[in-house]
Design a protein. Structure first.
Length: 235
């Protein structure tokens, strides 16, 4: 059975790394002793080791040991034998490029669909949808494909921001960009606000957290989705 947490962000304002998710992660990773961390969303010039150490500190609160995938000679085998997997945030284009480069995108998809618990935050959540076409990141590298893990039949827009009332900013809003996406792509897009996440168990996909999410469907007006709503119907 699939066990997946898809979070908008790793850190809330004035909070510690993953702090707001720890009660959920304690249940999600129950009986997990060692976690495989994928730091590929950070460019290699920014230390994967330092990023992994940050994750180690957070998971020490759950008595879970963390190993970075960069510590293994064979990334494919590391994924195949992982008790659980966490893909952190950063740049989604860099992340997907590295997943293809190391030939582990399909392996992650396979093991998670077979029951390996997975956590994604930010970029690590972007890759849970059908494509990365609704990421907020700059395409600083160009991966072979925008195709991602396809754990659900819609796309994610993490860190979703509403227009600020009375703002003098005249640039495009997040909603404008998603509407542009729908001129060329049919799948729904779920805007996840900070502090919200999706909990996937088997075929069930439930919105969690205290905030609504913004759901965009092609040729329809966007709607607000309440926490605890089942979203497995989206296609």
């Amino acid at each position: 059975m699939r066990k997946i947490i898809i979070a908008s962000t790793s850190t809330l304002y004035n909070g510690a790394y993953l702090d707001y998710l720890l009660p959920t992660l304690k249940k999600h990773f129950e009986n997990v002793k060692t976690l495989l961390f994928i730091p590929y969303a950070r460019p290699s010039g920014i230390s994967h080791e330092a990023y992994t150490n940050k994750v180690k500190a957070a998971f020490s609160n759950l008595n879970i040991e963390v190993k970075g995938i960069h510590e293994f000679e064979n990334p494919i085998e590391a994924v195949q034998h992982a008790e659980a997997i966490f893909t952190g945030g950063g740049n989604t284009f860099v992340l997907v490029n590295e997943l293809f480069k190391n030939k582990i995108l399909d392996t992650i998809e396979k093991v998670v669909k077979n029951g390996t618990p997975y956590l994604g935050t930010s970029a690590g959540s972007n890759i849970c949808g059908l494509t990365i076409g609704t990421t907020n990141d700059m395409p600083i590298v160009y991966p072979p494909s925008f195709r991602t893990l396809g754990f659900m039949s819609f796309n994610i827009n993490p860190h979703y921001l509403d227009p600020v009332e009375n703002s003098e900013h005249m640039g495009e809003t997040r909603e404008t960009r998603i509407n542009e996406f729908h001129q060329f792509n049919p799948q729904p897009v779920l805007g996840l606000r900070e502090g919200s996440w999706l909990e996937v168990k088997g075929t069930s996909i439930i919105l969690k957290g205290n905030l609504t999410a913004r759901l965009f469907k092609r040729n329809e007006n966007p709607i607000e989705v309440e926490p605890e709503t089942e979203l497995n119907y989206l296609k």
